[in-house]
Structure formats: C-alpha cells, structure tokens
Ligand binder design. Structure first.
Ligand SMILES: Cc1cc2nc3c(=O)[nH]c(=O)nc-3n(C[C@H](O)[C@H](O)[C@H](O)COP(=O)(O)O)c2cc1C
Length: 190
C-alpha cells in the first residue's frame, strides 16, 4: 500500500459500536497490540495496561459491570441495562485499558502518561480498522466504578482505568459521520 492510499484509508476510519463474532484472530490481535506498542511514550514509561475480555467472558463481565454500577449507587435505568446487554451479547472482544501511575516518577507529568495510553488506544482503533474490524471506545461498563476496576486488577491508587475498546466484525455499515473542517480548529503562529 502506498503511503497516500494508507492515509486515504486512515481517513475512512470511523467508530463502529455494533460488532459481532468473529473477533480478531490471534494473528490480528497480535498486530493490534503491536500497534499499541508504537504509541509515543515520554520517558519510555510504558504506562499502558490492557485486559482482554473475550467471548463468553464478555457476558460474565456485563453481569459484573451492571451489578457493580448498581451497588455503587450510580444511575442505571432498566432500559439502559437492556441496551448494554443487547449490545454486549454480540461483542466478541473488549480490550480494557488502564494507565499505570508510577508515583515514584515525578519527572513525566501524570497527564502525559494518560495521553500515551490514549495514543495507544488510537493506534489500536486504526489497526483494527486497517484489518477490517469495527471498533469503538467506550467509557461505559463501570469504567468509573471502583469494584469493576479492582475486579480487572486495577486499583485506583496505582492505575487510572480508561475504558474499553469493543472490537469485532462490523454488523453493518455505520452512517457516515460528517467531519469538521480542520481550519476551524487551526491557527498559525508566526
Ligand atoms: C475516551 C473516550 C471515551 C468514550 N466513551 C464513549 C461512551 O461511553 N459512549 C459513547 O457512546 N461514545 C463514547 N466515546 C465516543 C466513541 O468512541 C466515538 O468516538 C464516537 O461515537 C464518534 O465516532 P467516531 O470515532 O467515528 O468519530 C468515547 C470516546 C473517547 C475518546
């Protein structure tokens, strides 16, 4: 693929929440995670941590996230619960993402480490797209519920949990999203 067509393809990326099996093959998942490792990372801290939740574990995880959200007293209507369950019933892979906060390192500000994990997430979204999968970043599913973070192995002291990527075979073509003109966000300083 020439570099121009690679960029053209990148410009066709859009999120696709509704995905189904098959999820990424082992070889494709390997490529997606290798793309994450290509993220910029100030100080080579490698602050990203990923947790795979696959196949049957997705439904089990939905039970945990929904139960923990209710136990935490966060608002969750029956309608919202039904919509989460119906979405996840088809999702073959969630990649949970967290940022490790090494408190002994005071040189690289915390927000730069979180940005590095965000860059890793974007690399995974782009890699999934290039491999023909649909993918969607969600901060639902108990992202901000301690019990859920802890169940995944991320205590709130040393880790900041940043949500999930759902990745799988697109169930349909999402409606095209109009993209703003970058000029509206651009200045030039001379
Ligand atoms: C950190 C982060 C968290 C997000 N969490 C949610 C979410 O919980 N629910 C949701 O509907 N969209 C969420 N989104 C937005 C979608 O992932 C997606 O970007 C959006 O639907 C726009 O689609 P696009 O990526 O094609 O522009 C989140 C995006 C980011 C960057």
């Amino acid at each position: 693929m020439s570099s121009v067509s690679a960029v053209d393809f990148l410009l066709s990326r859009q999120s696709n929440k509704f995905v189904q099996a098959p999820g990424p093959s082992d070889a494709h998942l390997d490529l997606i995670l290798k793309a994450a490792m290509r993220a910029p990372d100030h100080g080579k801290l490698r602050p990203w941590r990923f947790t795979l939740i696959r196949d049957q574990a997705v439904g089990k995880f939905a039970d945990l996230a929904i139960g923990a959200t209710r136990r935490a007293g966060k608002p969750l209507t029956d309608e919202k619960e039904a919509s989460i369950r119906s979405w996840l019933a088809n999702v073959p892979l969630l990649v949970g993402m967290a940022c490790r906060i090494d408190h002994s390192n005071t040189k690289i500000p915390e927000h730069e480490r979180v940005l590095a994990v965000g860059a890793a997430a974007t690399n995974m979204l782009n890699a999934a797209h290039m491999l023909g999968y649909g993918a969607f970043w969600s901060t639902g599913l108990g992202t901000y519920v301690d019990e859920v973070n802890e169940a995944l192995g991320y205590d709130g002291l040393d880790y900041q949990f940043l949500g999930y990527l759902a990745i799988g075979t697109p169930m349909g073509t999402p409606d095209p999203v109009s993209r703003p003109d970058y000029h509206d966000f651009l200045t030039e300083w001379k």
